[in-house]
Write a protein that binds this ligand. Structure first.
Ligand code: GTP
Ligand code: MG
Length: 195
């Protein structure tokens, strides 16, 4: 996949601010700090077009990036960050639901999980939420660079089993550090964008 242009368009907190050009959208989902923004940067060959941080809770709004004038990546605030008040969690829930449920241009969600650890209860709930609303999902198991080659298959199996991955849903082993899995991730995403 050749990325010719990648442009930050808008940081949105409500549907009135979403782009209106009806281009297909691919959104990210996953725990705070799992590597959603890093995934976008690696896929686009940009260092920090999507802002990253070693501290969880960096992304706070829905950030739309337009690629090759053809589709969007939508960076999304993470879930499961303990040091967040109940009011903030409710605000997050409302924003996420407003976007994920009934956003017409949304073609698929990349759900990131950390390959090093079994998916959390929040990860499972997110996967079930996407399934419930029939939103196509691509599971990306990231931070694969932290796992030795010999352990990759074992970790992949744990992710699949813990999530209860349905047949037909793909899982891509990925690393934003090394670029591992990038071609496979593009292949999966382009199939959804061109649908
Ligand atoms: P929020 O915006 O808080 O929801 O987090 P996020 O999911 O966008 O995570 P972000 O991309 O900001 O990355 C969090 C931290 O993990 C940063 O320190 C990244 O450098 C690191 N990181 C992300 N992906 C990888 C990876 O594939 N391998 C390694 N080793 N580190 C990674
Ligand atoms: Mg982020």
């Amino acid at each position: 996949m050749k990325v010719n242009t990648a442009e930050f368009i808008i940081s949105a907190v409500a549907s009135a601010q979403y782009p209106q050009d009806a281009l297909p959208e691919i959104a990210l989902a996953g725990r705070s700090n799992v590597g959603k923004s890093s995934f976008i940067n690696r896929m686009l060959n940009r260092k920090n077009i999507a802002r990253t941080s070693s501290r969880p809770g960096k992304t706070q709004t829905l950030n739309f990036f337009k690629i090759n004038e053809q589709f969007y990546f939508v960076d999304v605030p993470g879930y499961g960050f303990a040091r967040v008040s109940k009011t903030e969690k409710e605000k997050w829930g409302k924003m996420i639901e407003e976007y994920f449920v009934g956003r017409d241009p949304l073609r698929a969600v990349v759900q990131l999980v950390d390959l090093r650890h079994p998916p959390t209860a929040d990860d499972k709930a997110m996967y079930e939420f996407l399934k419930f609303y029939h939103i196509p999902v691509v599971i990306v198991a990231t931070k694969a660079d932290k796992i030795s080659k010999g352990q990759l298959q074992k970790h992949q199996k744990i992710v699949k089993e813990t999530l209860g991955l349905q047949s037909g849903d793909s899982i891509v082993l990925f690393s934003s550090e090394t670029g591992q899995g990038k071609d496979e991730a593009w292949k999966q995403l382009l199939a959804q964008i061109k649908r």
